[in-house]
Design a protein around this ligand. Structure first.
Ligand code: G3P
Length: 218
């Protein structure tokens, strides 16, 4: 399973990239606004740190202007994935870019029917939002199960399932069990994945016992 980080905070991206566990980045208009930075400037900086796909979202709502914005965004770097919303116009723009070999991430997916459309439009990634479905009392992980099952039926569907709107480690573990290709995860949740109280306790014991030997390895 590939790990993308869902942020436009360059300090967090640098810290996580240094672990060697980061495969890409996703941003959206909200995250760019939160960074307080110029969209082109911050995306350029992110692409210089991470060589994997970096999603940059269009803000136009009609296909023609989405394509215009997408062209500008894709000039930032080769690893930019154009992010479009799951609307009729978004999928028109998706087809345009996919035919040109540009990666497209189709976002705001809340149903299996929408995920089928995105695959047919040649999307490189489909982003189902698990947390926002859970928030309204629906089954976010159930949607991941459905999409993974459908995509597996068709060799022609090359779209990767990118689990988005992740709220906690269980979303990651269960999505991995279902075979989702990618998860885009907030920095805080990536850090939560490392922790287990028995790891901390065990390490403390090992170090205490080791100190008693008076030895050094290096
Ligand atoms: O970037 C898309 C998605 O991950 C947003 O998540 O937490 O705003 O529902 P959230």
């Amino acid at each position: 399973m590939k790990f993308f980080v869902d942020t436009a905070d360059i300090a967090d991206i640098k810290e996580l990239a240094a672990t060697g566990l980061l495969d890409g980045v996703t941003t959206n208009p909200t995250l760019i606004a939160k960074s307080g930075r110029d969209v082109f400037e911050v995306l350029e900086e992110i692409c210089a740190v991470v060589s994997g796909p970096v999603s940059a979202e269009v803000t136009a709502t009609d296909a023609e202007n989405m394509i215009e914005e997408g062209k500008r965004l894709s000039r930032i770097a080769k690893n930019i994935a154009i992010k479009v919303p799951l609307t009729l116009d978004g999928l028109k723009a998706c087809r345009h870019f996919s035919d040109k070999g540009v990666m497209v991430n189709v976002t705001l997916c809340f149903s299996a029917a929408q995920a089928i459309l995105a695959a047919k439009a040649g999307a490189r990634f489909i982003s189902p939002f698990v947390g926002r479905l859970d928030d309204i009392g629906q089954d976010g992980l159930g949607l991941i199960r459905e999409i993974c099952e459908i995509y597996r039926q068709y060799d022609a569907f090359k779209t990767e399932v990118l689990v988005a709107s992740v709220r906690h480690p269980i979303h990651i573990v269960e999505s991995a069990r279902l075979g989702a290709h990618v998860a885009t995860i907030p920095p805080k949740v990536i850090k939560q994945l490392f922790h287990h109280p028995l790891t901390d306790k065990g390490l403390e014991m090992f170090l205490r016992d080791w100190e008693k030997t008076g030895q050094k390895i290096a």
